[in-house]
Design a protein around this ligand. Structure first.
Ligand code: SAJ
Length: 444
């Protein structure tokens, strides 16, 4: 099938890079977003997302005339839906005494309905938003069929999970393997023709529900793996073991690959997607549910550790380094670091947070320092929450000259303990017992 013009609905972290990449590969692309500010920003030649390399691609897509932006879709050969699928903040499902999150599919529903007036015979529609199993066949298909056209006969319909890593989106968009799940073989083939425009990784055709499941089991596996690492960190503290050393040694086993403990799991993917499986089959997902619980509890574990070091937190001054959900990104969504700050404050601590990737972020109830110096100046304790490259290269001597704080808690194994101790700091690490740490240097 030949494609000349496509509409991409949703110009966020996935939609904008996808729309721009199609445009720089020669397709006419209408990028659609319902947020007027997004449209305005792009029309003024700016971008609203921080992602390495994205500005250049968007600029080139816009200036070539191949990418235009609009608040509503128009007729095209294909429609790609890449809108957010968060969960509801205020309503929960309940099964056997366990509360679980519910996917908010309103944006997918609205985007699909917006396509309806433009849908023509021979079109291809692809859902890319991460969605609970069967969304393509049970939610998207019936809406599109209100047009009078039959999915799989008059138009093609597919699910294609996006699996790009924030921070690496533009490269992974092109290089990653791409799974295309069609509601018919012909639908998958049509999508294959479209994505072959720029995808250099393997393109694999399957059915729509399998493709939905692929995405969910990938992120769920990662969540469960991090949960077990976090549980190991708690056990290691109890046994006087250094969890980082233990994991590193275990990972030398040829069939073991344990991820890293930390202050919890954030972002809009791994902390959300497992719920899509729990929601659709709570009776079958005890382990997945428990992993979510463990990861969500991890900020509490960090707060308790700070308490062990400082005693009562009332009026204690803490410099929190990092608020992003993971290293070297500016994304603060579902950030466990922010949750740690809230918990410390609830215990009476005065926290100044420094986030170099978003110094002017506005998070309710969190004081953002203007720079590192301001955060640490009058602190009693420095708390490293995110392994940003610029934090792990901090010079302990220099920091010692800028603060009277001599207590440091490293939640991400980012600092060289010995160097910091040589500069007069007492260093505690997540996953290492507070009692033994002052004389103990990790061997990894
Ligand atoms: N984290 C740990 N320990 C680790 C690894 C990560 O605590 O060893 C934490 C991070 O700090 C962060 C969270 O987990 O808070 C998630 O970070 P991540 O880098 O694991 O994943 P995301 O959410 O940035 O991107 C994931 C990726 N999925 C997988 O690696 C299976 C990406 O490929 C997906 O495209 C993306 O979710 C998505 O959009 O679903």
């Amino acid at each position: 099938m030949k494609f000349q013009k496509i509409c991409v609905l949703g110009l966020g972290y996935i939609g904008l890079p996808t729309a721009s990449t199609f445009a720089t590969h020669g397709l006419k692309v209408v990028g659609v977003d319902t947020n007027p500010r997004v449209i305005e920003t792009l029309q003024n030649g700016n971008i609203h997302i921080h992602e390495p390399g994205l500005r250049t691609v968007v600029e080139s897509a816009l200036s070539s005339g191949n990418l235009t932006v609009s608040p509503r879709p128009e007729e095209a050969d294909a429609f790609l839906i890449a809108v957010p699928t968060p969960f509801y903040e205020d309503t929960h499902g309940e099964y056997d005494g366990r509360n679980y999150r519910l996917a908010d599919m309103r944006a997918v529903t609205a985007a699909t309905e917006a396509i309806l007036p433009c849908l023509r015979k021979g079109n291809l529609v692809v859902l890319e938003s991460t969605s609970p199993p069967r969304t393509t066949v049970d939610l998207v298909k019936p809406i599109l069929e209100k047009s009078g056209l039959k999915a799989g006969i008059d138009f093609h319909l597919c699910y294609s999970p996006e699996r790009v890593l924030p921070g690496q989106i533009l490269r992974e968009l092109i290089e990653n393997a791409r799974v295309l799940g069609g509601i018919t073989t012909e639908s998958a083939k049509a999508a294959h023709d479209l994505y072959a425009t720029f995808v250099k990784g393997e393109i694999i055709e399957t059915d729509a529900t399998t493709a939905e499941m692929v995405k969910l089991i990938e992120n769920t596996t990662r969540d469960v793996n991090i949960a077990i690492a976090n549980e190991f960190s708690r056990l290691a503290e109890k046994f006087g073991v250094d969890v980082w050393e233990a994991i590193s040694l275990a990972n030398r086993h040829p069939r073991i690959n344990i991820l890293s403990p930390g202050p919890g799991v954030g972002g809009h993917c791994i902390s959300v997607d497992p719920w899509f499986l729990v929601e659709t089959a709570p009776e079958l997902t005890t382990l997945i549910y428990q992993a979510r619980q463990v990861n969500d509890e991890q900020p509490h574990f960090v707060m308790e550790k700070v308490k062990q070091v400082l005693g009562s937190l009332k009026d204690k001054k803490i410099a929190a380094l990092g608020l992003a959900y993971k290293p070297d990104v500016d994304d603060l969504r579902e950030s466990p670091a922010a949750e740690v700050v809230h918990l410390l404050q609830q215990e009476g601590a005065q926290v100044k947070a420094w986030e170099p990737f978003k110094p002017d972020a506005k998070i309710k109830g969190i004081y953002m320092a203007a720079n590192l110096e301001e955060a640490i100046e009058s602190a009693d304790l420095i708390l490293l929450l995110v392994k940003h490259t610029e934090f792990i290269s901090l010079q302990p001597q220099e920091i010692a000259s800028k603060t009277h704080a001599r207590l440091l808690i490293d939640c991400v194994n980012g600092l060289n303990t010995r160097e910091w101790e040589d500069s007069g700091f007492t260093v505690y690490r997540l996953g290492v017992s507070n009692l033994k740490i002052s004389n103990q240097q990790s061997r990894v």
